[in-house]
Design a protein around this ligand. Structure first.
Ligand code: IMP
Ligand code: MG
Length: 180
């Protein structure tokens, strides 16, 4: 792929290169594939942030996966969480008796994933696990157990590989910190 030198120049620094992300996502896929061997896995993914993560991850898992995309937002495009989660739940979608893996790009305050976990548990799945690419190391009010985590990062606002600032920079192949 040609390097995106234009948007790269908007970064203060690169935190994780495309190669580092690729290697780690492959390792996560191998782990998840072996943990769910013989099962029909349902992956519930939060859009849009986890778009590239879910795409790269699931194409390396050798299982007949059912994929359900959900929208949930607490940020409304800024740098800080608004404190309330809005979940767009498609009509008629049910998870009773299924092995569900909830996937998101990043665990920050934990508000989004803890709300989603509660909503999914109410569906009586056979099992529910959670996977994120990034886990921000910060104090959390909302407890959210993680079963799979790509990288632990410091408490900084990141963009790229699906993650945005005001709707932009999702297409950056690496993950980085924006210039102030
Ligand atoms: P939480 O509810 O505070 O854990 O926030 C989770 C959601 O906020 C994630 O799904 C992301 O979409 C977004 N988010 C949190 N931190 C960042 C960041 O550093 N960059 C971009 N989006 C973020
Ligand atoms: Mg998100």
């Amino acid at each position: 792929m040609a390097p995106l030198t234009g948007i790269l120049s908007d970064l203060n620094r690169v935190l994780l290169t495309a190669d580092q992300i690729h290697d780690r996502v492959s390792a996560m896929a191998a782990q998840i594939g072996s943990d769910y061997a013989g099962k029909v896995l349902t992956v519930v993914v939060l859009m849009d942030g986890a778009l590239f993560f879910v795409s790269d991850l699931l194409r390396q898992i050798d299982l007949p996966i059912r994929l359900v995309t959900l929208g949930a937002s607490s940020y409304h495009g800024g740098l800080e969480s608004s404190g309330q989660v809005q979940i767009q739940w498609p009509a008629g979608v049910r998870f009773a008796g299924e092995d569900v893996l909830l996937l998101d790009d990043i665990l920050d305050t934990g508000l989004t994933l803890s709300a989603l976990r509660e909503r999914l548990l109410a569906e009586s799945p056979a099992s529910l696990r959670t996977a994120v690419l990034l886990d921000k190391k910060r104090p959390r009010n909302h407890d959210c157990p993680l079963d799979y985590c790509g990288f632990e990062i410091a408490d900084e606002f990141v963009v790229g590989y699906g993650m945005d600032y005001q709707g932009r920079f999702r297409n950056l192949p690496c993950i980085g910190i924006l210039k102030p």
